[in-house]
Design a protein around this ligand. Sequence first.
Ligand code: AVJ
Length: 323
Amino acid sequence: CRSLVSVEVHLHPDEARHALHAEALTGLCHRPKELSPKWLYDERGSQLFDDITRLPEYYPTRREREILLEHAHEVARLSGADTLIELGSGTSEKTRLLLGALRRTGRLRRFIPFDVSEHFLRRAAATLARDYPGLRVHAVVGDFERHLAYLPREGRRLVAFLGGTIGNFKPAARARFFQEVAHSLAPGDGLLLGTDLIKDRSRLFAAYNDSAGVTAEFNRNVLHVLNRELGANFDVNAFAHLAPFDEEQGWIEMRLISQRPQWVHLPALRRSAHFDAGEVLRTEVSCKFRPQQVESELFAAGLHLAAGWTDRARDFALSLAFK
Ligand code: AVJ
């Protein structure tokens, strides 16, 4: 029998390495020094993030699952979709809630996981094809900031962007991203968006500064990535983790703080970077939203909110919008 799994690659490993070089170069010259959060997710980083999702303080994953458990069937019904596209498919359990609900409408035909990691995609695609007989799984390897135009065009599509990952975009990049999603959708296609909501500051803080120190390990792991990929010599233990909430920007900001003055050598970039004592390297922003803000930002991109749900604690929101 013919396999129902296929893989399409738009982002090759050498290209990803080149992007890391370029971004590290600009980011380490930037004031404050800054790195893109996508470099947090090598194999160990992905494992650490998985551990984070089970921490008592880290509520977003549980809240989003709670919303999906309760409302996936409405999402499926309202979307009328036969094709589920998942951007950044790091969430196979939530994927299954959506696939199950779509299958029960009797329309589901295709699942298109879209992710930067070919290795991860191949594994996930094979498992899902096995567990959903008849489902065509077409994995697309790409960067959702650059390759959305390559998304397959056939079928009535529902694009899911879950987990609050949209929070990693700063406002300008977020507006660009919504516009690109809108551009790649046809009338009737939908976007299902997960956003973390503004809440009590102490709970926000605790979620990103957990007492077991897993988030700190996750954050510092990016220095291991730079050591390996750029031949750098970061002294990982000379950087402390802190993730405060920036009231003005409305985002949690993950920082690595140099504990002493130090030089770091980056042979692959042919340069060295100096860190003052107390100097900050920003590794991620994670924006927190008001529900009204999500609706108006989607609207500005030409996407119309059809329904929105939150969990009982109003910690997290799922929004369903159509073009
Ligand atoms: C995967 C981007 C949604 O912002 O909450 C978790 C990543 N960073 N703890 C988030 C993260 C620190 C997470 N996202």
